[in-house]
Design a binder for this molecule. Structure first.
Ligand code: HEC
Ligand code: HEC
Length: 329
């Protein structure tokens, strides 16, 4: 059986990720520790005649403390499996969410069975059903630019799409990102699809960036939908963002005027469905603001956002994203 793993879409996802983290210069400043490791490995002129270390056994069963489930590494990496470590945390998943169908990948592999999502994709839990269906149409018709979702939508049947949208829209969204203001952040590197703390590399100034890392990298890599993230945001950003959300910036309107006073999302006459922002990952919020600005979300529903972002600086975007992410829905 074909079991494609995430690396087969690495390029597309890194482009996506890089777009999302275009303010995260840390990606370019790869720490030199890996160079040192390569140099050290090359050092012996005549390599000793030992067998290379065995690659990790992909079939070995992995476990997470407290969970009764077990998955092989190969399963946790397969796009046709959504590892379900905590089945008691959500209703039964439709097949398309849990395993995909035919060529279509399992939605829950990327967005997780709880729909809480990861920094490199999106939280889909609790989004209004009609908003999800409209985004599917936009991804499919190229009005919302995402190579991954475009490809997924070319593989999924309409029946499965509806089932997946209904499943995710009914889930309760519980934020799983801790937002912390910090002048200095741990040095990070890219690991699989996420930024991860580089052990022993110390800290660096945050600058005008959002640095989001798994709270526990190992568990995140196994697809543990209870092990969340830590988002570092610049000092003072939450308070500045609160002011932008409530009053706007002068030219830009108050986010709350459309997204609701708790940024909980709502339906507005003349505008339509305005999605929730409270507690969603700050890097996702910034990434989408950049995309509205770059003309990568051009469906008619996105028109108010395209006007809005024309009046926001990068700093405004980071501040308001820090605030929104720190709110409880
Ligand atoms: C290989 C990973 C992957 C798979 C599988 C996947 N998605 Fe996505 N999804 C993404 C990424 C990445 C984004 C973010 C796109 C962007 O930033 O515009 C996304 C975005 C979305 C959004 C938009 C959320 C928002 O707030 O606007 C929805 C809805 C969604 N996906 C639903 C699904 C459903 C339903 C499935 C299964 C049929 C699915 N996805 C399968 C990676 C994936
Ligand atoms: C005039 C109304 C209006 C205002 C003001 C507004 N928004 Fe929006 N926003 C919308 C609508 C409508 C959408 C849905 C776009 C779509 O359908 O693609 C949206 C979508 C978004 C999204 C994408 C959410 C997702 O799940 O992908 C983000 C992020 C966002 N807005 C952030 C903001 C921020 C931050 C502000 C304030 C600086 C703001 N918005 C102000 C109407 C508004």
């Amino acid at each position: 059986m074909r079991t494609p793993t995430k690396p087969s879409i690495t390029v597309a996802a890194i482009v996506l990720f890089a777009a999302g983290a275009s303010m995260a210069a840390a990606i370019g400043d790869a720490p030199s520790s890996s160079d040192a490791a390569i140099r050290a490995a090359k050092a012996p002129e005549n390599p000793p005649a030992t067998k290379p270390a065995a690659p990790p056994d992909d079939k070995m069963l992995q476990r997470i403390p407290g969970s009764t489930q077990a998955y092989s590494l190969a399963q946790t990496k397969s796009l046709f499996v959504a590892p379900d470590w905590w089945p008691q945390d959500h209703p039964p998943m439709p097949q398309i969410v849990a395993y995909g169908r035919g060529e279509a990948w399992a939605c829950g592999h990327c967005h997780l069975p709880t729909g809480l999502g990861r920094p490199e994709d999106a939280a889909v839990a609790g989004l209004p059903l009609a908003y999800i269906m409209e985004q599917f149409r936009a991804f499919r018709d190229g009005e919302r630019d995402s190579p991954i979702m475009h490809e997924e939508l070319s593989r999924v049947s309409d029946v499965d799409l509806k089932l997946a949208a209904e499943y995710f829209s009914k889930l309760h969204f519980t934020p799983w990102t801790r937002v912390i203001e910090a002048a200095r952040v741990p040095r990070t590197h890219q690991e699989n699809f996420t930024l991860a703390v580089t052990d022993g590399a110390g800290t660096e100034p945050i600058g005008n960036r959002v640095i989001i890392v798994p709270a526990n990298l190992e568990r995140t890599m196994l697809g543990d939908a209870r092990s969340g993230y830590i988002a570092h945001v610049p000092p003072g950003s939450i308070e500045r963002g609160a002011a932008i959300a409530a009053k706007g910036t002068g030219a830009a309107s108050a986010c709350e005027s459309c997204h609701g006073t708790r940024l909980q999302g709502q339906v507005m006459p003349g505008i339509g469905i305005v999605p929730p922002l409270a507690g969603r990952m700050p890097n996702y919020i910034v990434r989408e603001l950049i995309r509205f600005r770059e003309g990568k979300r051009t469906n008619s529903g996105a028109a108010p956002m395209r006007t809005e972002v024309a009046h926001l600086s990068m700093k405004d975007m980071i501040d308001v994203a820090a605030y929104a992410a720190s709110r409880k829905p």
